[in-house]
Design a protein around this ligand. Sequence first.
Ligand code: HEC
Length: 241
Amino acid sequence: MRLRAVIAVIAGGALLGGAAGCSLEDENADLVAGKTKFIEKCGSCHKLARADTKGTQGPDLDEAFAQAIASGMGRDGVQSAVHDQIITPAKLAKDNKVYMPPKLVTGDDAINVAAYVAEVTSRPGKDTGLLAEAGKKEGGGEPAVARNGVVDIDSTAQLAYETNAARAEPGALTMRSPNPSGTPHNIALEGPGLGSDIVGKVVTDGGVSEIKATVKRGQYKFFCTVEGHREGGMEGTLTVR
Ligand code: HEC
């Protein structure tokens, strides 16, 4: 069904290949770089098991190619289809609109991302070796400790805060979550004595989501309220003692 797109990309790639000495089916595509970029630029909207991304806005990329691969599409064909989608996202049949921003990655980055997706899509198991280390999920940072009643929990481009653990003393607490990425995030808090959840505003591109609460001894959960983000991993524990 994507044959026309695939052929167009292969033709384009061959032309480029003549000029630049590389082609789309480049054996030397950098899969490690591709995985890292995929997690950064694509993971917030797409599930891909081996990249451990859990976005839900776009189709599940393991399912997307499973049938085509089962019925004989080669991984080089998948690579071309993904590359094509990155540069010129397809319109959805139902309303003829494009939902995926074009050219989130370009040049070598686009080739590497497409190569990585093609390599791992609908493949069971886990990435090994260097690939396993690439783009390790954030969230494992040192616990954030409140100073003078203020604690910073940075958002990242992935569906993760830099740390999933924070500590504070009882009393007035300000939680701040700077978000340097283009993916919208916020911070919210639930737990003992708060009544309803306290929810900070959703920010992007350097904005800071901020909430104020009075906390007492116990455990609270902080999380992002943007749809799918908490489920995707944007949740942590605030321990007050
Ligand atoms: C803002 C959310 C968003 C981001 C970020 C995003 N996508 Fe998408 N993607 C979508 C949506 C929505 C669709 C389906 C509709 C469309 O094609 O526009 C889609 C479709 C796709 C498809 C086609 C799947 C199929 O079923 O045919 C592929 C492949 C794909 N994206 C790959 C990527 C890659 C690679 C990146 C990173 C460079 C990326 N996407 C980033 C939202 C996103």
